[in-house]
Design a protein around this ligand. Structure first.
Ligand code: SF4
Length: 331
């Protein structure tokens, strides 16, 4: 394993600068029209959602979070929602607001998108994500029954037509083994993906999984991927109880860290461990997880192209987040 990680680390160094950052996925709903993926939080709450429209975040909450991402130099990993939880015109409003705040197009993780949706959202799209999760077909039929790979195939053909980037998500620990790695490389090559988001399985209460993978196995997938695909962006998930893995994730060739609940954990020990982990791995950490930058929120809002009513609502929401962010930050 040491040799594999050394090789992956050398491959990373040849192709990328000695830097890393944190990426936050912005979740905009907790409703999913096909809540059948057995590892997913939406699967565990599916019977509790009576009104899908109420299982969505308000715009001001999404925009306040995006503002915090900008202030703390967190990239937005992708905009994520359960299947069919927002109409395309509504998504456009969300993406337009995110563009006003970040000045950037976004990656989308919204299930399989149709061509008309991609066309409508095109000015705001950096790339789209195929939620592969697991490449072992037999397991997929059981664990991810409603996301067949041929639908992802078709979506990526549309992405190619409109020249937008492609990403996939992989959850390590769903029952696959490293024997499935060749199938994974075959798909990555076929789709010519630009980035791969790796997560370790985190069992949710009421989901049929009890344990996540061992650190060594999670690292093995990332390191082998880095060696096989020297130039693809690799983003690796880390959780508050797993932040000691961060130096290894980076040495194995990950470009950036994601999934960590950075607002809730801002300034706490695991957030420090991420920053220290980057240093241990010899990377400059470009984001901020522990000391909140000194900003004048009214000035920041003043620069944004929203109407007064929306600015007031964002301000109110931002101040609620801010209270939590300041609670534990390093003194
Ligand atoms: S489609 Fe996405 S949101 Fe819906 S259950 Fe599966 S992983 Fe969860």
């Amino acid at each position: 394993m040491d040799e594999l990680v050394r090789k992956a680390s050398a491959t990373y160094s040849k192709n990328f600068p000695a830097e890393t950052h944190f990426e936050r996925a912005i979740f905009i709903s907790w409703f999913c029209a096909k809540p059948t993926c057995k590892f997913c939080y939406m699967y565990t709450i599916k019977d509790k959602i009576k009104n899908p429209r109420q299982a969505r975040r308000r715009l001001e909450s999404i925009f306040a979070e995006a503002l915090i991402c900008r202030i703390c130099s967190w990239e937005i990993g992708f905009l994520s929602a359960g299947i069919a939880s927002w109409a395309t015109s509504e998504l456009k409003e969300v993406l337009d607001g995110l563009y006003k705040i970040t000045g950037k197009k976004q990656w989308l993780n919204l299930g399989v998108l149709k061509e008309r949706q991609i066309k409508e959202l095109l000015p705001y799209i950096e790339g789209i994500t195929g939620t592969v999760e697991c490449v072992n077909e037999e397991l997929r039929r059981d664990i991810v029954p409603d996301k067949p790979l041929d639908e992802i195939d078709r979506m990526f053909e549309i992405a190619d037509k409109y020249e937008i980037k492609k990403a996939i998500t992989i959850i390590v620990g769903l029952g696959e083994t490293i024997e499935d790695f060749p199938r994974f490389t075959e798909l990555v090559r076929k789709w010519k993906v630009d980035r791969i988001n790796f997560y370790r399985l985190v069992p949710h209460e009421d989901a049929p999984f009890e344990n996540g993978p061992e650190t060594g196995y999670y690292i093995e997938w990332i390191a082998k991927t880095r060696i096989e695909f020297p130039k693809i962006e690799i983003i690796a998930g880390s959780w508050p109880d797993r932040t000691t893995e961060v130096p290894l994730l980076l040495e194995a060739g990950a470009n950036a860290i994601t999934k960590f609940p950075a607002i809730k954990m801002f300034g706490k020990k695991p957030a420090h461990e991420i920053e220290e982990g980057a240093e241990k791995a010899g990377r400059k950490f470009l984001s901020n997880m522990t000391v909140y930058p000194d900003v004048d929120i009214d000035k920041e809002l003043g620069k944004l192209d929203f109407d007064h009513a929306m600015k007031d609502k964002i301000r109110e929401k931002y101040l609620k987040y801010y209270k939590n962010l300041k609670k534990y930050e390093a003194k």
